[in-house]
Design a protein around this ligand. Sequence first.
Ligand SMILES: NC(=O)c1ccc[n+]([C@@H]2O[C@H](COP(=O)([O-])OP(=O)(O)OC[C@H]3O[C@@H](n4cnc5c(N)ncnc54)[C@H](OP(=O)(O)O)[C@@H]3O)[C@@H](O)[C@H]2O)c1
Length: 192
Amino acid sequence: MKNVIILGAGGNIARHVIDILVKRDDINLTLFLRDKSRLRNKDVSRCRIIEGDVLNYDQLKEAIAGQDVVYANLSGDLEAMAKQIVEAMDETEVKKLIFISSIGIYDVPLRPVLKPYRKAADVIEASDLEYTILRPTWFTNADEVDYETTAKGEPERGSVISQKSSATLITKIIESPEEYARENLGVNKPNS
Ligand SMILES: NC(=O)c1ccc[n+]([C@@H]2O[C@H](COP(=O)([O-])OP(=O)(O)OC[C@H]3O[C@@H](n4cnc5c(N)ncnc54)[C@H](OP(=O)(O)O)[C@@H]3O)[C@@H](O)[C@H]2O)c1
């Protein structure tokens, strides 16, 4: 059994990831969110649910202890959150972090709205975690799975990506973390 925790489990992409992972018998899923009434999944009966705030270090560390994979689906003060997550993972010796950032974080000049996303990525890259940072383009609700990735340093491509595609990639990373270790990937729909 693999222990997986989703931080910000009420978020849009997290909802799709939960729908995929709840069907898996080999995954123990923990959902961490500030208010469990925001969960919109039909069936979370097999999940452990923790109400907590990522910026509350004690709550975060307790939730992360014993996990194999931490998947952060967060918004807000992402730099502060990334620092807390890295520290909590270091202290609890959890190695695998999947963190959703955004397209455009290496653009010059950097758009002010993207500064927290860039700073969070910098914090994570400076850690010794087995991280995967994802930099998706703009999300759509399209009911399709069609994506490609670009490596860090390559020009980012495309303009959209379905939420379902992003969730599918995240579940692949959860399944095969070693394939994506210390990667920082742009994610887009081909030819979009
Ligand atoms: N929209 C796009 O097209 C696009 C494109 C590229 C990247 N992104 C980024 O990709 C990420 C994931 O997207 P998404 O649409 O799934 O995000 P989302 O729906 O906004 O989810 C973010 C989650 O973070 C949670 N959160 C915020 N502060 C928290 C805290 N202190 N403790 C615990 N949870 C906290 C929120 O929970 P509450 O319900 O408690 O507020 C919310 O559920 C976001 O950072 C987003 O900006 C978005």
